[in-house]
Structures are given as C-alpha cells and as structure tokens.
Design a protein around this ligand. Structure first.
Ligand SMILES: [Zn+2]
Length: 156
C-alpha cells in the first residue's frame, strides 16, 4: 500500500476530520485554527488527494480535538463546503459540511485601522459576504473589502 493510501484511510480514535477542503487550502485552514508544529496534537495533512467530488482536495485530521462553532465558521471562510466529521472511539458520530454565514461577526478584525471597530469603541466587527469564490467580505461599518489573504491575517 502506498504512503498516500495509508494516510487517506487511516482512522483516528478521537478528534476531527476536515475533508473536501478545496485543493491547496489545507495550510490556510491550519493557520486559521492556530495549529502549528508545536501544538502537541497529532495532525495529519493530505494535500492533492484525488476526489470524486472535487477532482483534487486536501484533508486534515486532528486527533484529540473537537472544533467549536467559531472555528467552524472560520474554516468556512477559506474552505466552504468542507466536510467535518467528529470522531469518537473510531466511529464518526457527527458529519456535516461548513457553509459560510451571510454575516461574519466578531471572528475577524477589520483591516482598516481607522474603522470604528478598531478604535476602542467596543463595537464588534461585522462583515457581509459579497462574493463566495473567491471570498470577499465587506466591513459593515467602513465598507473596507477583504479577500482571502487579508482575511486569514485578520482572524482573531
Ligand atoms: Zn471596518
């Protein structure tokens, strides 16, 4: 069995599998989740995996960690349609796909330093999704538009 096949089918005992990530986005997803090499979790990453649905896809398996809803919303911003499987005791106990919300509140800083959400006024950031592929968010307050790279840099 090739190394790639092993990685694809190996089951985890407990944790989260993020499947059907648009190809090339796995590292962005890890960055968004603040997963670095020193995190102390076993993380498997498969890049450029053949997929019936997408042609090619990326897959991430994170052991011992269940993602919360704010993390799932962040993933949806760079990997809409990704499939999340929550695994416990080698069984998938929950499976769903992430969808970008219409409005993104609080998980992202506006890249405009003069925006009211950045000037200490205690106003939560709020963005409207104006495009999904590529994703573009527009600040509700100052109308600054942000694309993928800027979104990733400004996730909190
Ligand atoms: Zn703004």
């Amino acid at each position: 069995m090739s190394e790639e096949q092993t990685l694809k089918i190996e089951k985890i005992q407990k944790g989260t599998v993020i499947d059907h990530i648009p190809v090339g986005r796995a590292l962005q997803v890890l960055k968004i989740l603040n997963i670095y090499s020193d995190i102390g979790l076993t993380v498997s990453i498969a890049i450029h995996v053949k997929s019936k649905k997408l042609g090619l896809k990326d897959v991430i398996k994170i052991e011992e960690r269940i993602l919360d809803s704010s993390e799932l919303n962040k993933i949806a911003l760079v990997a809409e349609g990704a499939t999340i499987s929550i695994v416990d005791n080698f069984e998938v106990i929950k499976k769903f796909s992430v969808k970008a919300p219409e409005v993104v509140i609080g998980i992202l800083r506006c890249s405009n330093p003069r925006c009211i959400t950045n000037t200490g006024e205690n106003v939560k950031s709020s963005f409207i999704i104006t495009s999904k592929d590529p994703i573009i968010l527009k600040c509700h307050y100052c109308e600054r538009e942000m694309e993928t790279d800027e979104i990733i840099e400004n996730i909190v």
